[in-house]
Write a protein of this length. Sequence first.
Length: 414
Amino acid sequence: MSMRNDTPGTAGSGAAWTEAVRREADAVGRAVRAARGGPGRERDLVVQALKAALAAVLAWFVASDWLGDPMVLMAPWVALVLVRATVYGSLRQAAQQWTAICAGTLLASAAQALTGNTLGALALSVPPLMLLAHWPRFGDQGVYAATTAVFTLASGAVSASAVGHRMGQAALGAVIGVTVNALVLPPVHLRDVRENLAALARESGETLRTVAAGLRDGEWDAATAADWTHAAERLERRCENLRSARSWSRESLRLTAGPLRALHRVPLDVPPESEDARWGRVADHVGVLTRTLAVAADADRAPAPPEAAALRVYARLLELLGDACTAEAGRLLGAGGGRPEAGTRPRTEAEAEHERAEREEREREELRARLQSSLREHAGQGAAHTAVLGTLLLQAENLWAEALPGSVRTCRAE
């Protein structure tokens, strides 16, 4: 009598593994198509991988075939790992890694000379080197001190000549790695700033329109308001991504902005940091707005939602705000990230945009007047209704002040 092992749990586990493999394969396929389709993060990764391979091959050729050094391993190893995401990062980590390698080589060789035994030298040198690896000055390169010590002792080459060769090879690899990264399509991370800014503006608009749809239809409750709050929290995470992208952008321009400006390889007109602050404030206002609605929908809380008629008017105002955010997302993704200079567009197009802006401004003013009238009516019903509508109206005013394109403000001023 045979026993079967295909229990339900095993079958379920196999299906889960199959699904996981399928998802990974789909992700790889999307990445390959994105890399072939045009500039983007996936293509940048392919370029960096090819550059790292080129640096390793060059370092091996120079050390082995040109200089004839018998300890050729160190140069391609160092060159490979120093093709980093930015040229400045490569240069900084080259100094850190070379210092760590020198420390590991010297301490391991001294321990070998002192103990006369490889195992004893390993026990004597690795503990202080691992402590040294946590020194902030080394960054994430400190661990190379200990690994170099292990490699030095394993190879048995601990003479003064071998130490000099190893340190020279590390310096050669560092120079080649940094040079390849700096001269062969140097990485500049400006696209991520623009993409994250545009995504923040677009997602802000989508969140506002989603809230508007729920308020207009009247089909919203505590669960719906909680979903809106979660959407606003995702905007906060987008802001964090934007701050990270800005940091990478700032670092990638160090030591590379001048040459790239001459080569015209990438557009250097990245949106100013004031745009980050502007859309960060938009995300904050959206968060306050959704939390206010969540409080109003909670039956256990004192504040109460405004009347349905006032909410429908407010929903239309949110739609206008969402449209303004979406328009700004398109502007941020436009050529060069900026608006055309005055006089560069046909007069009819400029006039049409001016008229559209004026219509939206008039509608906004009308909606605001109606909401202010509703606020006065709610005041007679008690503080619970007035507090919520007043907060919502205040956040709408704040959002419009941030999301309104600069050209519209100019039109109004004129």
